[in-house]
Design a protein around this ligand. Structure first.
Ligand code: RB5
Length: 146
């Protein structure tokens, strides 16, 4: 199950992602918003909460730029949110950072590219090995700066 959320700038893109994943048999838990003007940190917290609780394995957040969502999501312990606008980043943030949230900018990306980034992000596994130590160091940073 994938947790997904957007602010008012990202609703059309969120719907396109939900529809595309549903066609592939992947279910999304939609944490809002539903078109009304809203504050992206609230939605980021709701989506990330699903991951931290273990209800969802990964999350997708969409706002105008993807930046506000990524800043907010990365304040939450255990979340490694990647703001991606290209396929190389979407692939390598999974391979090397074990990112658990993908942040997309609906005012930047076309729908085709956004769907491709989602596909890559969800289908790429963490490489582990030397990268595990670095992810562990990120966790240490969280503990030092709580
Ligand atoms: C909303 O207008 C906009 O600020 C938001 O979607 C996002 O781009 C913030 O980073």
């Amino acid at each position: 199950m994938i947790a997904i959320g957007c602010d008012h700038a990202g609703c059309d893109m969120k719907k396109a992602i939900i529809d595309a994943l549903s066609e592939k048999g992947l279910e999304c838990k939609d944490m809002g918003c539903n078109g009304e003007r809203c504050d992206y940190p609230v939605i980021a917290e709701a989506v990330c909460g699903e991951i931290i609780s273990g209800s969802c394995e990964k999350g997708i957040l969409v706002c105008g730029t993807g930046i506000g969502m990524s800043i907010a999501a990365n304040k939450i312990r255990g979340i490694r949110a990647a703001h991606c606008s290209d396929s190389f980043s979407a692939r390598y943030t999974r391979l090397h950072n074990d990112s658990n949230v993908l942040c997309l900018g609906a005012r930047i990306l076309g729908e085709g590219l956004a769907l491709e980034l989602v596909d890559i992000f969800l289908s790429t596994d963490f490489e582990g090995g030397r990268h595990q130590k670095r992810v562990d160091l990120i966790k240490e940073l969280e503990n030092k700066n709580n």
